[in-house]
Design a protein around this ligand. Structure first.
Ligand code: ZN
Length: 391
């Protein structure tokens, strides 16, 4: 890697706080930055503070009436609609400002790549992939991923690949670009029959004129590292090779972990580390090295998110951590003060082996059936042979 990667971070991101015992607790971001700092991952890295996105930029993917509702909700005496004020998306103080700041962080990361200042940029506060054009959904108020992609389309890029590894379908981003052949969205997620939002089937392929630029790979509940990676490698590299993106945007949700309380895949922190290394390789191989990495879901706040996203930051910065590196005592004591009695890990590994056997088209396991369904739906639209393991 040539130019230094850009890391967007500021404590002000912690203002996106849905309150009470909502699962999306911003402590997960704070604990990640503390862990990455304690391990030296951020040594010498100038953290870039975000500025709030303008209305004009947010309105790239949202309606003006939705922005008005978000602004007015905290002081409104009545229900403002637009998915706000539900248990998933409760209204909170300064909701518009906090949400616009997250969009601004992802935009700043995109800007660093577009100007050529950096080939890679990361904002772990971003990745709010469920927000829809005129309503909040799935803990997400504004869709920073979609705003950043839309901005890139107006600033020198006309082939953008978005890869979403969150356990949930990246429905908001898929919807935003469903009819746009310039953006390929690829989502790898838990089977929608078994998990909200219930979309993300292989037959969702993109609208007229954009067939094949929405890609969905739903995996059975219980899928572990090896099978997840086997499926990913059987689908994603071939499509990126055919699409030839100029930049890779990734949503790096970590709610696919075995211990995540909201979903049922069974990945490990070691699997997450392997995914980030694979995404980096794909950016280098197929996207000219340009990689915009965003956060996403992840609700095991102490044991999983800080370690997995510290691996993400390290991977973006080419400072890959040995999985066996112990957690610094200062971080462990801070985390245990937050959650007395909670069992904390002692190192950056779950002790799992994320090795995998490449897909060969022959086996007939549930994961291989999922791979076959997705390949058969989308590969022919790109001139690829779904049954040829070399494609
Ligand atoms: Zn999620």
């Amino acid at each position: 890697m040539g130019k230094a990667a850009a890391v967007v971070w500021d404590q002000s991101f912690l203002g996106y706080d849905l309150g009470g015992d909502h699962p999306l607790n911003p402590v997960r971001l704070d604990l990640t930055i503390r862990l990455a700092t304690a391990l030296g991952v951020l040594d010498g890295v100038g953290l870039i503070a975000p500025e709030a996105a303008t209305d004009a930029d947010i309105e790239r993917v949202h309606t003006a009436s939705y922005l008005t509702a978000v602004r007015e909700a905290p002081s409104s005496a009545w229900d403002v609609g637009h998915g706000l004020g539900t248990s998933d998306n409760p209204v909170f103080d300064r909701m518009h400002e906090a949400s616009a700041l997250i969009v601004g962080g992802s935009l700043e990361a995109a800007r660093r790549i577009a100007t050529g200042e950096s080939d890679r940029a990361v904002s772990i506060a971003g990745g709010l992939h469920h927000a829809m054009r005129d309503h909040a959904a799935g803990f997400c108020v504004y869709n920073d991923c979609a705003v950043a992609i839309s901005w890139l389309l107006d600033n020198g890029f006309d082939r953008i690949a978005y890869v979403d590894v969150d356990v949930h379908h990246g429905d908001g981003v898929q919807n935003a670009f469903y009819d746009d052949p310039r953006v390929m969205t690829i989502s790898v997620h838990q089977n929608p029959m078994t998990l909200w939002p219930g979309t993300g089937w292989p037959a969702e392929l993109g609208g007229k004129g954009a067939e094949g630029t929405a890609v969905n790979l739903p995996l059975p509940p219980g899928t572990r590292d090896g099978n997840w990676l086997r499926a990913f490698h059987a689908v994603v590299p071939g499509l990126l090779g055919a699409f030839r993106p100029q930049v890779l945007v990734t949503q790096c949700g970590v709610d696919s972990h075995q211990e995540d309380p909201l979903a049922d895949l069974a990945l490990s922190v070691d699997g997450h580390r392997a995914i980030y290394r694979a995404l980096r390789d794909l950016a280098e191989t197929y996207a000219g090295g340009k990689w915009l990495a965003l956060g996403g879901g992840g609700y095991e706040l102490l044991r999983v998110v800080p370690r997995s996203w510290t691996h993400l930051l390290a991977t973006v910065l080419d400072r890959d951590l040995d999985p066996n590196v112990p957690l610094p005592a200062s971080w462990v004591s801070h985390a245990s003060r937050l959650a007395p009695g909670w069992s904390l890990p002692s190192s950056m590994t779950d002790g799992a082996d994320p090795g995998f056997t490449p897909w060969d088209g022959d086996a007939d396991t549930p994961v291989d059936a999922a791979v076959r369904n997705t390949r058969r739906a989308v590969f022919p639209l790109h001139g690829l042979d779904p049954d040829d393991r070399r494609d």
